[in-house]
Ligand binder design. Structure first.
Ligand SMILES: Cc1cc2nc3c(=O)[nH]c(=O)nc-3n(C[C@H](O)[C@H](O)[C@H](O)COP(=O)(O)OP(=O)(O)OC[C@H]3O[C@@H](n4cnc5c(N)ncnc54)[C@H](O)[C@@H]3O)c2cc1C
Length: 427
């Protein structure tokens, strides 16, 4: 059977040691079978175990193999489209509920890290950096909007103040969110997996779900075993393929790329990001960066629609890094990798049920470190029969991408080109 390792990345190279996990070689019975050991699957498993469910997690490759083990590590609050957009599309009542939940994911991460003593370099503080007066205006409205939902750890930064937190002269201002922050994403996933096992949950790696037998007593089949469960949670996100065909039409896997420098040393690292906050700019096709625990710069940006792997990642991302920090021109890039996130047309998560016993959450459109942790809690509540918060997500409308599976990639790329051009022209 194929043994899929982690892709080469800084995270894989600096992962905490974990014991090997078996693949499924038997028929097992459980309460909930979770498909996918990224944050969505692991967070669901943890909340379910804490509530007395028996849980079996099936992972096609390894814990955190997908976006959860490859991402920029930025804890960013709210959703990929903000609450004002949700308010306009679904009305005030549902928006109120979703708005109240928009800052919960970051609290869940911190609570998990503390309760299960997860070593993942957690740091507080995230900056949204404005490249134009128009973007600064958006941040001012965003602060008012977030404060309306009780989120108060925010500070607007003027041109002078933002220079104190990031040594990049492109920005006209920004907003600091002290409940944002950053983590080593793979080590967070590995710590959560260990927590799942400490509560009696089982995780099988190299065990792809290849078929779901639906019905009153659903069965998930892997190449060499099966799991009979009362409920199934589908958490394969951009790596799910066509296992659940109903989910594929309204979402599209997209690739995004990340590079990591050699260690910069304390002094250079501090000169770039003196308080060690993470930063993302306010462009539609945004750049994001932060320091690692060992003082490298991790820099990400760009999107490949349709999730093809680009040939030379460093050639795509390094120029973006040097535009922000020309002072790094002689610094070596040690790692470069790509990962897939799942885009929906509305850029809001795709959540719901298939029949009575198959639940899913996916498609947080590149902004999922916090949402996926919340999703686990909301899914667990729904399985316990308290579905009000789950339904607030499940009732969000979703539409197929124009052009269907064949033409959705060029259409989405065209849309992104248009927004990229607007970013460049400062509209
Ligand atoms: C390069 C990159 C940078 C990003 N940066 C950020 C960031 O800084 N901040 C932020 O908020 N978000 C970021 N994101 C998005 C964020 O990482 C994702 O939204 C989040 O990790 C999704 O978690 P998930 O558990 O839903 O999916 P994943 O982490 O992708 O996990 C899905 C898992 O399911 C498994 N799987 C799939 N199919 C099957 C099957 N049939 N059987 C068994 N297992 C299966 C996969 O192997 C995988 O391990 C980034 C994404 C990428 C790719």
């Amino acid at each position: 059977m194929a043994n899929t390792p982690y892709p080469e990345s800084y995270y894989a190279a600096s992962a905490n040691a974990v014991p090997p996990r078996p693949s499924l070689q038997a028929d097992v019975e459980t309460d909930v079978c979770v498909i996918g050991a990224g944050y969505t699957g692991l967070s669901s498993a943890l909340f379910l175990l804490e509530n007395g469910f028996r849980v079996t997690v099936l992972e096609a490759a390894k814990v955190g193999f997908g976006a959860s083990g490859r991402n920029g590590g930025q804890i960013v609050n709210s959703y990929s489209r903000d609450i004002d957009v949700i308010e306009r599309s679904v009305g005030p009542k549902q928006a109120q509920l979703l708005g109240q939940m928009a800052f919960e994911g970051g609290r869940i991460i911190r609570e998990r890290v503390a309760r299960y003593n997860i070593q993942c370099d957690l740091k507080d503080g995230g900056v949204f950096a404005a490249l134009s007066a128009k973007q600064m205006g958006h941040l001012e409205s965003q602060k008012r909007l977030w404060e309306r939902f009780g989120h108060t750890q925010l500070e607007l930064l003027d041109e002078r103040r933002i220079r104190e937190v990031v040594a990049c002269d492109q920005y006209v201002g920004g907003m600091l969110d002290m409940s944002g922050g950053h983590i080593h994403p793979l080590n967070l996933a590995l710590g959560e997996a260990a927590a799942v096992e400490s509560l009696g949950g089982s995780i099988y790696e190299q065990s792809p779900a290849v078929r779901i037998e639906r019905g009153a007593n659903p069965v998930v089949h892997t190449p060499q075993g099966k799991v009979r469960a009362k409920f199934i949670i589908v958490a394969g996100n951009a790596y799910l393929g066509n296992l659940v065909p109903e989910l594929a039409a309204k979402s599209m896997p997209c690739g995004t790329q990340v590079i990591t420098t050699e260690p910069l040393g304390e002094e250079l690292a501090k000169s770039l990001l003196p308080q060690d906050y993470c930063v993302e700019d306010c462009n539609y096709l945004l750049d994001y960066y932060r320091l690692t625990g060992d003082k490298r710069l991790i820099f990400g940006g760009g999107v490949v629609y349709g999730a093809r792997d680009p040939a030379n990642i460093e050639a795509i991302i390094r120029p973006k890094m040097l535009k922000a920090f020309p002072q790094l021109k002689d610094v070596k890039i040690d790692y470069a990798w790509t990962g897939n996130f799942l885009l929906t047309l509305s850029r809001l998560p795709q959540v719901g049920r298939l029949g009575d016993n198959i639940y899913y959450s996916q498609g947080c459109s590149g902004h999922g470190v916090t949402y996926t942790h919340l999703a686990g809690k909301v899914l667990a509540e729904a399985l316990r029969g308290q579905a009000e918060r789950f339904d607030a997500f499940a009732d969000l409308p979703h539409y197929p991408f124009p052009g269907g599976q064949l033409l959705r990639t060029p259409f989405a790329a065209l849309g992104a080109w248009y927004y990229g051009l607007r970013d460049k022209l400062g509209f």
